[in-house]
Structure formats: C-alpha cells, structure tokens
Design a protein around this ligand. Structure first.
Ligand code: HEM
Length: 200
C-alpha cells in the first residue's frame, strides 16, 4: 500500500514526456542512420511495438487495482493517449515514408493484406477514444456512455496483436506472447463482467 502511495504522488502529465522518449530516440536514430541496414523499416516496426506495449499497459490498470490493490488509475488516460500517439506515428511513417503518400498503393494494402486491414481497423477503433480522452468529452457524453465508448479499446488492442501475428510469415514467439497476454487480460475482464451480471 505504502508503495502504491509513492507512485500515485507522481503527476500524471509526466507520462507524456517520459512515454515519448523512445519515439524521440527512434526518430533521431533513424534519421542519423543508426537503426541498422534498413532504418525506415526498423523505425516503422519499433513504433508499432511501442504502440502495442503501451496498449497492453493500458489494460493492466484494472487488474492491478482489483487483484493487486495498487491504484494507478490516474495514469490510465495518459498511457492511452501515449499509446495512440505511437499508433499514429507508426501509421504516419507507413503513409509518409514507406508508401510516400501513394494513396492507391495504401488502399491496395488495406484491401489486399489482412494484416494491414486489421491494423487499420485497430486505428479506426482507437480514433474516437483519443478524441474523447478529455474532461469536456466525459462531461458532454456522461460517464456511463463515455465508459461504454472506451470499451472499444478491447477489440482495438486485440486487433493490434492480431496485426502483429499476421504480418509475420511464420509463427514467431514475440507476437504470440503479446497475443497470449492480451487474451488473458481480456478473458479476466470478461469473467469479471460475467460475475457482475450474475450478482446484479
Ligand atoms: C493498434 C494499431 C497497431 C499496432 C499495435 C501495430 C503494431 C505493429 C507491430 C508490433 C509491428 C511489427 C513490429 C516488429 O516486427 O518488430 C507492426 C508492423 C507494421 N505495421 Fe502496424 N500496428 C498498428 C496499426 C497499423 C496500421 C494502421 C498500419 C497501416 C495501415 C500498420 C502497418 C504496419 C506495417 C506496414 C508494418 C511493417 C510490416 C513489415 O515490416 O513488413 N500498422 N505493427
């Protein structure tokens, strides 16, 4: 409990500059040619991986509170917005640097490559969450509707992980580990929900 108090004393705005450090480093390293043989590919992939890490982190707050009795909920919104920033940068690198604004090529990817279709679906699901992650929107929508809308995060994270699994041509352990962690976290939420319905 004492430990959770130390953590809750940190201001939540700190999450933004700290969370964006990897992005700043990755862009710097990519543009100074320090990201290996194909810096653009590495930049795109690393941003995608950080997006997934922050999305998974966003799913951990409720189990931490309910199982671990550690209340870090005040950081959840900032973590969610940092996750979205990484998804956005990942998409921006794909559109601007990888596909160089070749809109027909991008459209072709979306309709022909299942991993891009699913990645795009994840981005679209996250868009309304990012737009409404502010106090004015919570007030306007009402807490219940806002909470319901933010449940879109669950399919979005799942799609993010499936996107990662599908883009690999072979079964690689890393994407499968992400998918397994996400399935456990979503499964736990589903059980919580079922229990709440039963007890209502
Ligand atoms: C929630 C949304 C998303 C997440 C979590 C995500 C995550 C990832 C991850 C983890 C990787 C692979 C990293 C690695 O190999 O180390 C990746 C690669 C990639 N993603 Fe995403 N992504 C998302 C959305 C998108 C969107 C919207 C697009 C484009 C429309 C996209 C296009 C790509 C491309 C082109 C690659 C590289 C594939 C390759 O190297 O062949 N992603 N993404």
């Amino acid at each position: 409990m004492a430990q959770s108090k130390v953590w809750t004393r940190l201001p939540s705005w700190l999450i933004y500059p700290v969370g964006m450090i990897p992005a700043v480093y990755l862009f710097y390293a990519a543009f100074t040619n320090q990201l290996g043989a194909d810096p653009l590919d590495a930049l795109e992939n690393e941003l995608g991986e950080w997006a997934l890490k922050f999305l998974v982190l966003g799913l951990l707050f409720t189990p931490l509170l309910k199982i671990g009795r550690v209340n870090l909920v005040k950081y959840r919104r900032a973590i969610g917005l940092v996750a979205f920033a990484y998804v956005f940068l990942h998409l921006a690198v794909y559109v601007a640097l990888d596909r160089q604004f070749g809109w027909w090529e991008i459209w072709g990817d979306i309709v022909k490559r299942p991993y891009i279709t699913i990645g795009m679906a994840a981005f679209i699901l996250l868009l309304p969450l990012a737009i409404t992650s502010n106090n004015a929107s919570i007030k306007q929508l009402g807490t219940a509707a806002w909470r319901n809308l933010h449940k879109l995060a669950y399919p979005a994270v799942l799609f993010g992980a499936l996107h990662y699994v599908l883009l690999k041509k072979t079964w690689e352990p890393e994407p499968l580990v992400y998918l397994a962690i996400i399935l456990v976290l979503l499964g736990w939420r589903f059980l919580q929900f079922k229990r709440a319905v039963k007890n209502a």
